[in-house]
Design a protein around this ligand. Structure first.
Ligand code: NAD
Length: 479
């Protein structure tokens, strides 16, 4: 196998178009083995502020760069990402434990943000309106909001970076990307792709760090940062919203999920099981859109449970590097312990367990788990499990399903399997930003990704994604 250091030769900070050594080094682990893969430079507060300075210094030139030129750099980044797809996928399998299939899927999804926003970059515009009294004219235009701080999680290391970088660059904003300390290698590869595609020095800066608290706080304390886009846990997001308030920094927040997966009369049970496997098991359940609660009508419960359990039982668990693996490791030993704690609490509250699957002895593995007889007040339904655990709750009617589905502050994703008219009727009542109708996947670069209630603020992707990085300016013209 290609050595990791050949795949990612530059593992320093990327600031102002230069590789910088950083204060010290952070080890990068392989969750499939629990061993250290390599290390990367570790940014401290001074490094973070250099990156903020570089982004700020380059902002005016980047904003003045012709939209077509920005679009072409993004388009070239898309092409380079596809050319390097195998290497990127391998690095994600190594540092994050993503199965080969999931890693390849993520590269395609991540690259699509470059292509989609390259197509949006040349379509920014404003309006010309006549004021109602007729005496003035109103001209509106869109301007880049300014340097953006982008904070991303470990679970989709490529896609979370491109979903933020692409619209920011398309809008004319420079960026500082702070990736999760668990998965810095993918972020550095994305930066290299952008540089090779012609992104000028200082437009994209990348600062891996194991001190996210102080570095992010320092950047948000500097008014040169005009925008924060964060994807991660609700607890950290809430804290960053407080910090962003000090300079009234604009924010986009993609926070935790607790997706309900409804199977109602009229559903094709085999299709529902296929969708459930995708919605539950993609990325080993470590997705904010992962189905977290299966809410199944009594008339379909036995068939659905039996078929889902059979599929979960056949899942091959093992190293992310083995092409046959369907369920790789969780990100850390701590994550496995957290999932086990939630499963044990669910069992203590009367749930039944199907399928103990032995996990390999090394690495951070959790078996595919199906929990039955889960009561509506079982605590597992209130928490994002972030692992391969499928709790099934049986309901007697559509109204009960909707009440249960909405019984969460996280309104990110939901899934409904039913006949089309009833699925649409139910979807209209579900408080969720994204709903899969007879589909187990909602992510799409061309669609507005985001949540309702405490799942976040703003949308990423789609036509909406770029507006998060734009301000409206208006001219009042005497006529
Ligand atoms: P996390 O909040 O611990 O980390 C996310 C990012 O925030 C990382 O870059 C981390 O280094 C940084 N961070 C951690 N503590 C910080 C602090 N005190 N100040 C500033 N930054 C800090 O989340 P995680 O465990 O990496 O990711 C899992 C969570 O992310 C889940 O809740 C999941 O639902 C959510 N998520 C949401 C989406 C979405 O689009 N809504 C997508 C993926 C993941």
């Amino acid at each position: 196998m290609t050595a990791i250091n050949d795949l990612v030769p530059h593992r320093d900070l990327w600031i102002g178009g230069e590789h910088r050594p950083g204060a010290d080094r952070i080890p990068v682990m392989n969750p499939s083995t629990g061993e250290i893969l390599t290390d990367v430079a570790n940014a401290d507060v001074t490094d973070m502020m250099s990156a903020v300075g570089a982004a700020h210094a380059t902002q005016p030139t980047w904003a003045a760069t012709a939209p077509r030129q920005r679009a072409e750099i993004l388009r070239r980044s898309y092409e380079l990402m596809i050319e390097r797809a195998d290497d990127l996928a391998l690095v994600m399998s190594l540092e994050m434990g993503k199965t080969r299939g999931d890693a390849e899927g993520e590269v395609a999804y991540a690259a699509e943000f470059f292509r989609w926003f390259s197509e949006q970059a040349a379509h920014l515009g404003g309006e010309f309106r006549t004021s109602p009294a007729g005496a003035t004219r109103i001209l509106t235009s869109q301007r880049p909001v300014g340097p953006a701080l982008l904070v991303t999680p470990w679970n989709f290391p490529a896609a979370m970076a491109t979903r933020k970088i692409a619209p920011a660059l398309a809008a004319g904003c420079t960026v500082v990307l702070k990736p999760a300390a668990e998965t810095p290698l993918t972020a550095l590869m994305v930066a290299e792709i952008l540089a090779t595609a012609g992104t000028p020095p200082g437009v994209v800066n990348v600062v891996p760090t194991d001190q996210p608290g102080p570095t992010v706080e320092a950047a948000l304390g500097d008014p040169r940062i005009r925008k924060l886009s964060f994807t991660g846990s609700t607890a950290v997001g809430r804290n960053l919203l407080r910090l962003a308030a000090s300079n009234v920094t604009r924010t986009s927040m993609e926070l935790g999920g607790n997706a309900p997966f409804l199977v109602l009369p009229g559903a094709d049970v085999n299709d529902a099981v296929d969708g459930a496997m995708l919605a539950k098991m993609r990325n080993g359940g470590q997705a904010c859109t992962a189905a977290n609660r299966f809410i199944v009508h009594r008339s379909l419960a036995d068939a659905f449970t039996e078929k889902l359990a059979a599929r979960m039982k056949s899942v091959r668990i093992g190293s992310a590097l083995d092409a046959e693996t369907q369920l790789g490791p969780m990100i850390t030993a701590r994550a496995v312990a957290g999932i086990q704690e939630k499963v044990n609490a669910a069992l203590d509250h009367g749930a039944g367990s199907l399928l103990p699957v032995d996990a390999p002895g090394v690495g951070y593995f959790h078996p595919a788990t199906v929990l039955t007889d889960v009561a509506a007040d079982n605590p597992i339904l209130d928490q994002e499990v972030f692992g391969p655990v499928a709790p099934i709750v049986v309901v007697d009617d559509e109204d009960e399903a909707v009440v249960l589905a909405n019984n969460t502050e996280a309104g990110l994703a939901a899934y409904v399997y039913a006949s089309l008219p009833s699925a649409l009727r139910v979807a209209e009542q579900i408080e969720s930003g994204m709903i899969g109708i007879n589909r187990g996947l909602v992510s799409d670069a061309a669609a507005p990704f985001g949540g309702m209630k405490q799942s976040g603020l703003g949308r990423e992707g789609g036509r909406e994604g770029i507006s998060e990085y734009l301000e409206i300016s208006y001219l009042s013209v005497a006529w």
